[in-house]
Design a protein around this ligand. Structure first.
Ligand code: AMP
Ligand code: ZN
Length: 114
């Protein structure tokens, strides 16, 4: 989608630190990391939010979860634990309107999500 920052990153029009990529998913380092490991896992297809995902996208959802697992293992945070989170809409704290999942780890995360 035009004027979408993450679509531009996917098309490599904007630089990012890519840590994983396959046909359906890309993952890159968050530019403003909230933990030692902070990676964004992003479907290559533009979905404005989590609410746009349907049964037709079942394979994509599996791909995203598999990518998260692989990256967590590769980054060395799978054993100790990590957070895998998605912000939805304005009150959910979603700033970028292209579906993405945050993979956070490498430190003790607070129990509070607020
Ligand atoms: P959200 O608040 O869930 O929409 O998260 C958007 C995330 O994208 C934030 O954690 C930002 O730090 C991150 N971000 C914004 N621009 C970039 C960029 N050019 N490259 C990597 N991460 C970015
Ligand atoms: Zn997009």
């Amino acid at each position: 989608m035009e004027d979408c920052l993450f679509c531009k990153i996917i098309k490599k029009e904007i630089e990012s630190q890519i840590v994983f990529e396959n046909e359906s998913v890309i993952a890159f380092k968050d530019i403003n990391p909230q933990a030692p490991v902070h990676i964004l896992i992003v479907p290559k297809e533009h979905f404005t939010s989590f609410l746009d995902v349907s049964y037709a996208d079942t394979q994509l959802v599996i791909d995203i979860f598999q990518a998260a697992k692989k990256i967590a293992q590769k980054e060395g945070i799978a054993e100790k634990g990590f957070r895998f989170a998605v912000n939805v809409g304005d009150e959910g704290g979603q700033i970028i309107k292209h579906l993405h999942f945050h993979l956070l780890g490498g430190r003790q995360l607070s129990g509070s999500l607020g």
